[in-house]
Ligand binder design. Structure first.
Ligand code: USQ
Length: 389
């Protein structure tokens, strides 16, 4: 298949390209290096070293004996999106090219606007390019479990049946996000649903949980590592906890730490994204998949990372609750469905403790870099202090 990955230089994009290459697909990728640039701006960098794109592509070609045809550009530019579709004529497209950090979107008005514009506009560009140039394409769009928030009822996969004042209907599950970033994904989902309704585009909208890990089975062999961020803006919970332990810092659950989220390993994330491609929705269908393996509380993860680190190094990292920089429920009900991917054949690959052990071992090879980044690890982005002009 001819597969286009928007955001091929990212944490998921680079890893997915390796899975798809190993499956024999022809891969086309686009990126504008937004994440590299913005990570640098907050004084941070990927802990696993990421070479410049030219070198990355060359090493990829050498290892997989297959080149990624790469296009540098911004998918929020409609001309660039249309040019991509004209030149590539993809059978399927993954849209992983959105601003992906909740804290980044909460720094201030500039970052909120940038997140709104790049995320919403790129998705609108995508559905228009698909409708005009390739209406049979399968669009696989990365959304987030955070779209649903933490309601006091079970969470379904996209839609729910309701009975209200004696009448029944199927409606989108209520969305209630907790950062400008997460809201962009809600708006994207609405826009995708509408594009599907009017033009019958074939769409998989992936509600993905928090992804953790340094590697997949391909990366183990190729050693073509993907980026790994640990700072307070671009790093995510479990990955940060492992890096904090390695750097000799306390592990930082925010607030009470009883907030629960769906988590999955990088390996499982890539397996699910590949499954979405291999088992597409019907023509004209808009499909929502809740993509996570298990849900855990932040406290449970902090404790598990601490225990695994002790098993490996003999030292017990401190767990230090810090004032929550976010506005979010710290104690809540959480019971999301995640059945559809299992129905498609997904089986989780591993074991949480083993996965954490692997992250810690990989990071210990980059211990000095983790220590160097100490100054950007503690939270500095506060939802309530988000600044204006
Ligand atoms: N948290 C801590 N301590 C930390 C970092 C985070 O307690 O040092 C807590 C946060 O308060 C939050 C939870 O961990 O309750 C998750 O935060 P996160 O930074 O790991 O993840 P989040 O900001 O929600 O966003 C990440 C990705 C995003 C993706 C999302 C999936 O950056 O692209 O969409 O995970 S989900 O969380 O399911 O919405």
């Amino acid at each position: 298949m001819r597969v286009l990955i928007l955001g091929v230089d990212g944490y998921i994009g680079w890893t997915l390209a390796q899975r798809l290459a190993s499956k024999g697909h022809d891969i086309y990728g686009a990126d504008n290096f937004f994440t590299r640039k913005r990570v640098k701006e907050v004084g941070s960098e990927s802990v696993l070293p990421i070479p410049p794109m030219g070198t990355r592509l060359k090493r990829f070609g050498d290892f997989y004996r297959k080149d990624i045809k790469f296009f540098r550009g911004n998918v929020a530019d409609p001309d660039f999106m249309y040019r991509l579709f004209e030149e590539v004529r993809p059978d399927a497209v993954y849209h992983l090219a959105e601003q992906r950090s909740a804290p980044y979107s909460m720094i201030g008005l500039k970052q909120a606007n940038e997140t709104m514009v790049s995320n919403l506009v790129s998705t609108i560009n995508l559905v228009y390019a698909a409708k005009d140039l390739n209406p049979n394409i399968h669009i696989i769009k990365l959304g987030t479990m955070g779209e649903y928030g933490t309601p006091n009822i079970d969470i379904t996969e996209g839609f729910m049946e309701i009975e209200f004042r004696g009448r029944k209907d199927t409606v989108p599950f209520p969305r209630n996000a907790s950062s400008w970033y997460h809201w962009t994904k809600v708006h994207d989902s609405n826009n995708l649903m509408f594009a599907n309704r009017i033009w019958k585009l074939k769409i998989t909208d992936v509600m993905q949980g928090v992804v953790y890990g340094t590697a997949t089975k391909e990366i183990e062999k190729s050693r073509l590592y993907t980026r790994f961020d640990i700072d307070e803006v671009w790093g995510t919970a479990l990955n940060r906890f492992a890096a904090q332990a390695v750097a000799g810092l306390p592990i930082t659950p925010y607030g009470k730490g009883n907030q629960k989220r769906g988590f999955l390993s990088l390996e499982d994330s890539i397996t699910c994204l590949n499954l979405a491609l291999e088992k597409p929705p019907k023509d004209g269908e808009y499909r929502v998949l809740n993509q996570f393996d298990q849900y855990y509380s932040v406290n449970f993860l902090a404790e598990t990372v601490s225990e695994v680190f002790k098993d490996i190094s003999g030292k017990s990292p401190e767990i230090k609750h810090v004032d929550n920089p976010r506005v979010e429920a710290e104690e809540h009900y959480y019971n999301p469905d995640h059945k559809k991917l299992y129905d498609l054949g997904y089986r989780p690959s591993g074991d949480l403790r083993k996965d954490i052990g692997k992250i810690i071992t990989d990071l210990l090879d980059h211990k000095e870099k983790c220590k160097e980044l100490k100054k950007v690890i503690m939270p500095r982005t506060f939802w309530r202090k988000s600044s204006g002009l």
